[in-house]
Every structure is written in C-alpha cells, then in structure tokens.
Write a protein that binds this ligand. Structure first.
Ligand SMILES: *Cc1c(COP(=O)(O)O)cnc(C)c1O
Length: 344
C-alpha cells in the first residue's frame, strides 16, 4: 500500500468539528454525508458521528441512502435530498429512508404510494430545489422536517443571507409541529437566528472552513499524501513533464511523487499548486499528469520514499483548493478509488 497516494481521515478531528458546531449553534447537528461523506467514506464517518450523538443524516441520492442504511442499521433517520423522483418511493420505503419532497409531482408520488415520514424543501431564493414559497403545500400527514438552503452562506456580508433567512422563518411558521432546518456549514457561523431547530453541515465537519479558508475553530480531518518515487537533478534549460510545462532557468532538484489526476490531483493545480515536503512548501512544476506530479525540492531535505502532503495539517485543504482555482468540496470529492484510505 505504501506506493499509493493515501488519504488519511482523522476521526477524532471529525468528532471535534461535530462538537464545535454543536457548541456554536446550540442545536442538534444533522451531518450531511452525501457523495460518500465528501469522499472520506460515508460509512466510517457516519458511524463515528453516531457514536458522538448524531441521529439524523442527509444524503443526496437514493443509492447513497440505501448503502448508509445497510451500514448504520435501523436506528438513525436518513433524509434523501433528491426527494422522491420517478419510481423511487418503494425503494425509499424499503430502506426506511425519508425523501425531502421538492415539488408537487414528488409530493403526489410519495403520497400516492402510501406516504409516510418525509421532509420538504422550500426554495427561498437559490432556485435550485424545493417549492417556491407561494406554491408550498398545506401541512400534510408524515411531514417531519421543513428545510431550505442558503445560496451565499460562505459570504457573511451578503444581504441575500438575511433575505433567505426571513423568508424561511415566514414560510416555515406555517408548519408548527415540524422540525425546521436552514443552515449548512456557512450558515452555522451566521449567528443564532440562522440555526432554527437543527443544522445541516457538511464541509466544516470535514475540516473545510465556512468561508473557503482555514478556520481556527475547526481541525483538519483529511490528509492526502503521496510518496516520492524518484529524485532527479534537472540542469538549467531542460524542461519537466508534458508539453515542457516547466522550463528550468536554474538547476533544479525534482521529486517525482506518486499522485496525479487519476488520484484526484486536479490538473488545474499544474504550475500553481504546492505540496508540503521536507518541512516547507514546494511548488508543483509543470503539468499534473495521470499518475505523478513533479515537485521542486531544490534545497529541501526530501528523499525517495518520503511522503509529501497535498493537503492536511501543513498544507490546508482550503489553501490547496484556492491554488487549484476550486473549492475544498471539489478537492475532497475528486479523490478516486485508487487512493488508499486510512482511518485514525
Ligand atoms: C450539501 C448540502 C448541505 C451541506 O453543505 P455544506 O456547505 O457542505 O455544509 C446542506 N444542505 C443541503 C441542501 C445541501 O445540498
């Protein structure tokens, strides 16, 4: 396993972040574990969060819910954000999953197939999923959760946040005995008015900051490392990698490391990314290729067999995402099955 790129998941750090969000919002935290727990493994992540007290989880897809139900057993509540699409009702019911109903056809399908416990999403301005407030149905049998989703939670000063919050407070008041959930990760940091009855964080559980940069209240959970496969000295004037993506103006020492875009190192990190190696940050030189990257280790104490950190405690996830022109969410969910997983 040593030559593989390895994703290490620190479950104690996950637990720290879970309790930090509880303390911050003072309401129950209902973790979002869609996309295989943002790439970290929905089963180990949710199992640990259950041990920490979580009793309600959110996934996006029916298939994610079926897998999670099999892993967690009958006890926890699992909501499926996609809702009740097409012929999904029997499969949802068979796995005791609750759809988040998003539009009238889904409501008809769910109630027509027998109904039962479910949630409902109101769209308060994102125009993605959910009933427009004016189209929201009367309270109905089985409705246990009303939720909405913020479009700009990572921008605390964005006036749309309060507009959405107030719209949600108005419309959700029509469902008195129903749990109200509004805030994602960013929303947890917008103040007590945004917490309602339960929050739905994803990225902050996994160590990404609420505003797309590291936050001292959260611990890094995911560490991606790759092994140095070869060290070489490149004379001035020679190039490195495909398409001569880097040309050495001065002699450089290069470490070729075993992680590439087939592992989830985005090609957009070509020439702009950095890794932590030998106690400092080292630039990624030239193109990210399928299996390897070239790292400038000139002057650094790095040898074959050492591991470099693409993100983790030293090279923070959000910093790596910014360098690659993306967001922490995409870095985590891009990690492929070829990468070894280790849980601490
Ligand atoms: C993905 C998602 C979340 C979690 O978002 P984060 O920004 O990762 O906290 C919450 N609610 C809904 C509806 C989502 O789609």
């Amino acid at each position: 396993m040593t030559a593989l790129a390895i994703l290490t998941v620190d479950l104690d750090a996950l637990s720290h972040n879970f309790h930090a969000l509880e303390a911050l919002t003072r309401v129950p935290v209902h973790p979002v574990v869609k996309a295989d727990g943002y790439g970290l493994g929905a089963t180990p992540v949710a199992t640990r969060l259950m041990a920490e007290g979580a009793r309600t989880f959110f996934v996006a897809r029916l298939t994610e819910g079926v897998t999670l139900r099999a892993a967690l057993g009958p006890e926890p509540t699992i909501y499926v954000l996609d809702g009740c699409a097409g012929e999904a009702a029997p499969a949802l019911r068979a796995a005791f999953l609750r759809p988040v109903i998003n539009h009238p056809d889904q409501l008809t399908a769910w109630l027509g197939s027998g109904g039962g416990a479910c949630g409902m999403q109101i769209d308060t301005g994102m125009n993605r999923l959910g009933f427009r407030p004016e189209d929201a149905p009367e309270p109905f049998e089985g409705l246990e959760l009303v939720m909405s989703h913020l479009a700009c939670a990572d921008e605390p000063d964005q006036p749309m946040n309060s507009r959405q919050r107030n719209a949600f407070a108005d419309i959700s008041a029509r469902y008195p005995a129903v749990l109200k959930s509004f805030a994602n990760s960013g929303g947890c940091f917008l103040g007590p008015n945004f917490a309602f009855d339960a929050v739905r964080p994803g990225i902050c559980l996994y160590g990404g900051g609420p505003e797309g940069r590291p936050d001292a209240r959260l611990k890094p959970v995911a560490t991606l490392t790759a092994e140095v496969l070869q060290v070489r000295d490149v004379p001035a004037g020679e190039s490195v990698g495909y398409s001569r993506g880097f040309v050495a103006e001065t002699p450089r020492r290069i470490g070729t490391c075993g992680a590439g875009y087939a592992d989830g190192v985005l090609r957009s990190a070509s020439g702009v990314g950095q890794v932590w190696a030998g106690g400092g940050l080292c630039p990624i030189l030239g193109r990210v290729s399928m299996d390897v990257i070239a790292v400038d280790i000139t002057g650094a104490d790095v040898s074959v067999g050492d591991r470099v950190e693409l993100f983790g405690a030293n090279r923070r996830l959000d910093e790596a995402a910014i360098a690659a022109g993306t967001i922490s969410y995409e870095l985590l969910t891009s990690i492929t099955s070829r990468v070894g997983r280790r849980y601490l």
